[in-house]
Design a protein around this ligand. Structure first.
Ligand code: F6R
Length: 366
C-alpha cells in the first residue's frame, strides 16, 4: 500500500504531480482568464459586496492560508486577515454578512477550526470550507465546500495536501479578483498558465531528490535549523520548520527574513544551519542582503534558489535548485524541496516518520 516507498510520507510527497493536477483539473480557463470553482455558490454581486476576508486554519493549513492571504490581497482590493483556529474562537473578531470566511482543514475535523466556522455562520458570514475528506464535519457545516482531491493522506505530516491547499487558494484569489474586476483577463491568464505548469515542475523537483537527500544528510546531526524567507516564502519557511520539527524532533524555526535583526540574529553563531529561500522574486535583492547578515555571523547558509540563478553561491554556502518559475509558483516548488529535506533528516535520525510521537492526524479535541 506504500507502493514501494518506505513511508507514506515519501509516497505522498511523490504523488504531488498527480495531486496538483487533480486540484486544478477542470477548474482553469486560460483563454478567458477565468477559474471555475462550481462549488462556490456566491453570485458575482455577492462577491462584489464582500468587504473583508478572514481565513481560519491550524498548523500546515494555516501556512497555506497565509499564502492565500498574500495572493488574495495582491489580486483583489480586499483586506484579508488570517487567524489560527484556537485563537480566533476566543477572540472578539468582528464578523458579519460582509465578511467572507475561508476555513482550511485537510481532515475537516479540526475542532478549533470547526468552532470558528460555527461562530462565523452564527454571525451571518458566508463560509467556504476547503478540505480533503469527503463527508467530513467541515464539508457538512460550511456554506460551500471545495475538495482538494488529493486522495487519502496517511502520513501524519501533511505534504501533498499542503500544496493542493495553496493552489486552491490561488484559484479562489483569481476567481474573486475576476468577479470584482480587480485584475485584467491578461493577468489572470498569465497566472493560470503558470499554475498549469505546476504538475510538471513539481516532478522536476522530485527528480532532484538524491541531491536534496545528500544535502539533508550533511546536516542531519544539527541541533537546530533556521528557515528564512520573505513574502510568500515566509509561510514556506514556517511550513518547512514545522515539517522538520514534527518528524525529526529537531528544533527548527521559520522567520520572515526581515525580522532576524529584531532578535533572532542573537541565536546565530558559527555553523548554525540556515535555510534561506531565495528564489526569483521582487524581494530577491532584499533576501540577498538578509543572507549577508546571516553570513556575517558565520552561520551556514543553504539557499533554495532558482535553476538559472548562478550568483547565489557568492553569498550562500550551498544551494538547492528549483525550476525557474514566477514568484507565485516557486514557493510551492520550494515547499516540496523542504518536505524532502525534512524527510531525509528524519530518516537519517531513525525517526518514526509516518507516526511522530505525540501527534495525531486529525485533532478533534480542543
Ligand atoms: C502538520 C500537520 C498539522 C495539521 C493541523 C491541521 O504536518 O499536519 O499541523 O495541518 O493539525 O489539520 P487540518 O488541516 O486537518 O485541520
Amino acid at each position: 500500500e506504500k507502493a514501494g516507498y518506505d513511508h507514506f510520507m515519501l509516497k505522498e510527497i511523490h504523488e504531488q504531480p498527480t495531486s496538483l493536477k487533480a486540484a486544478i483539473a477542470g477548474r482553469l480557463d486560460e483563454l478567458k482568464g477565468n477559474v471555475n470553482i462550481k462549488e462556490i455558490t456566491l453570485t458575482e454581486e455577492q462577491i462584489r459586496n464582500i468587504r473583508h476576508i478572514v481565513i481560519i486554519a491550524c498548523g500546515t493549513s494555516y501556512h497555506a492560508g497565509m499564502m492565500g492571504r498574500y495572493v488574495i490581497e495582491e489580486l483583489t482590493d480586499l483586506p484579508v486577515s488570517i487567524e489560527i483556529g484556537s485563537e480566533f474562537r476566543y477572540s472578539h473578531f468582528p464578523l458579519d454578512e460582509s465578511t467572507l470566511v475561508i476555513a482550511i482543514s485537510q481532515s475537516g475535523e479540526t475542532a478549533d477550526t470547526l468552532a470558528a466556522v460555527k461562530d462565523a455562520m452564527r454571525n451571518g458570514s458566508h463560509v467556504i470550507g476547503i478540505t480533503n475528506v469527503v463527508g467530513s464535519t467541515l464539508s457538512r457545516e460550511a456554506n460551500d465546500i471545495i475538495y482538494m482531491l488529493s486522495g487519502p493522506e496517511i502520513g501524519v505530516a501533511a505534504t501533498k495536501t499542503f500544496t493542493a491547499q495553496v493552489v486552491v487558494m490561488y484559484m479562489i484569489a483569481i476567481m474573486l479578483a475576476r468577479a470584482r474586476g480587480s485584475i485584467s483577463i491578461g493577468k489572470a491568464s498569465k497566472l493560470i498558465r503558470a499554475i498549469k505548469t505546476l504538475p510538471q515542475k513539481s516532478q522536476l523537483v522530485l527528480d532532484m531528490e538524491a541531491k536534496i537527500a545528500e544535502t539533508a544528510s550533511l546536516f542531519s546531526k544539527s541541533g537546530c535549523f533556521f528557515l528564512v524567507g520573505r513574502h510568500l516564502n515566509f509561510p514556506v519557511a514556517l511550513e518547512g520548520a514545522l515539517k522538520i520539527k514534527e518528524i525529526s524532533y529537531v528544533m527548527s524555526e521559520g522567520f520572515a527574513a526581515g525580522e532576524l535583526k529584531h532578535g533572532p540574529l542573537a541565536l546565530l553563531t558559527t555553523g548554525v544551519p540556515v535555510i534561506a529561500i531565495a528564489t526569483e522574486s521582487e524581494l530577491y535583492d532584499k533576501m540577498v542582503s538578509n543572507i549577508r547578515e546571516i553570513k556575517a555571523r558565520d552561520a551556514t547558509v543553504i539557499a533554495v534558489a532558482s535553476e538559472s540563478n548562478r550568483s547565489v553561491e557568492q553569498v550562500a554556502d550551498l544551494a538547492i535548485r528549483v525550476p525557474d518559475s514566477c514568484e507565485y509558483i516557486s514557493p510551492i516548488l520550494s515547499s516540496i524541496v523542504l518536505q524532502l529535506f525534512a524527510y531525509y533528516v528524519a530518516l537519517a535520525r531513525g525517526c518514526p516518520i509516518d507516526k511522530p510521537r505525540n501527534l495525531a492526524k486529525s485533532v478533534t479535541v480542543e
